[in-house]
Write a protein that binds this ligand. Structure first.
Ligand code: F6P
Length: 326
């Protein structure tokens, strides 16, 4: 094993609030431990195109409170090929990187794993995605901020829904996971929540809508995860309009507003802990692992496991959602 001297850091995949805090923590942990931090622009693309620079503690000043990622992010097609990864590795070697911290989601971790497998560059993953879909951590960086953004938006929609006795379908992000939908649905008092982890037919959905009408509800908020398989917000709204012409139906797709904004305190602290843990893991001789938070403690999970397994939706939380929406 070569002595650890220079550590690269990049953000990859969809950005998430708190990524800046994670970069800052990684850079500052390197400096604290006498290592040289090297920041890489635009994820793996920057590694392939050689956009790297040595950072110092001040170059990451005043970013802990900023959304997005000041290093920029990309989903890099070229890095998916062996040739692309070879180019990336050659640049990493020329820059004398002895380790790489990859802040991103499962696609980014797959890249890190292959880079390490093919060329032996020690890589540590830091989970940064609003989706909270990474196995090996109870929370991903950006998830808490996204939850708060969504709840704030739904609260506003609730005001107008109530004033006009309307039914709103609100689509939230999460790719093929329902964590954002389930948690924001509960927090915003949604009448129903549709997530990919629990299939619900349109017929079943209609039944619960009838029930809520009978229970005296005059307006409704239905939170739908983008990955839900019952047809999506537009098809659902068409179906309701056809079957219940008395309802006035509206659709809101929250979209990328969920990815921006100042990170919450929780995300800043999580990102700081995991950025430091990533550098400490490299110093410890770890590689091919992701650092995460489980039961409020920092834990390490092999990248392969973090990618191939999925976080499970808590069935009790689903029951809570049903109970509190009667
Ligand atoms: O993974 C984060 C995420 O925001 C998902 O929730 C969403 O499906 C996807 O990225 C959108 O990706 P893009 O910004 O490339 O459209």
């Amino acid at each position: 094993m070569t002595e650890l001297k220079r550590v690269g850091v990049l953000t990859s995949g969809g950005d998430a609030p708190g990524m800046n805090a994670a970069i800052r923590a990684t850079v500052r942990a390197c400096i604290y431990y006498g290592l040289v931090p090297v920041v890489i622009q635009e994820g793996y693309k920057g590694l392939i195109e050689n956009h790297m620079a040595v950072a110092d503690a001040r170059s990451v000043a005043n970013i802990i409170n900023q959304g997005g990622t000041f290093l920029k992010s990309a989903r890099c097609q070229e890095f998916r090929s062996k040739e692309g990864r070879l180019k990336a590795y050659e640049n990493a070697r020329a820059a004398e990187l002895d380790g790489l911290v990859v802040i991103g989601g499962d696609g980014s971790f797959t890249g890190a794993m292959l880079l390490e497998e093919e060329h032996g560059l020690p890589c540590i993953g830091v989970p940064g995605t609003i989706d909270n879909d990474i196995y090996g951590t109870d929370f991903t960086i950006g998830y808490d901020t996204a939850l708060n953004t969504v709840v704030e938006a739904i609260d506003k929609i609730r005001d107008t829904a109530t004033s006009h006795n309307r039914l709103f379908f609100i689509e939230v992000m999460g790719r093929d996971a329902g964590f954002i939908a389930l948690n924001t649905g509960i927090a915003s008092g949604a009448e129903d929540i549709l997530i990919p982890e629990q299939e619900k037919t349109v017929e079943l959905f209609m039944e619960s809508l009838q029930k809520s009408g009978r229970a005296g509800k005059t307006s409704s908020i239905i939170v739908v995860a983008e990955g839900d398989r019952s047809g999506g917000v537009f098809e659902l709204s068409r179906a309701v309009e056809e079957n219940f012409p008395e309802y006035e139906v509206k659709v809101t797709v929250l979209g990328h507003i969920q990815r921006g904004g100042k990170p919450t305190c929780f995300d800043r602290v999580l990102a700081s802990r995991l950025g430091v843990a990533a550098v400490e893991a490299l110093r410890n001789g770890d590689s091919d692992i992701m650092v995460g938070l489980h039961d409020l403690k920092v834990v390490k999970t092999p990248l392969e496991k973090a990618i191939s397994k999925h976080n499970q939706i808590d069935s009790h939380l689903m029951k809570v959602a049903r109970i509190v929406s009667v």
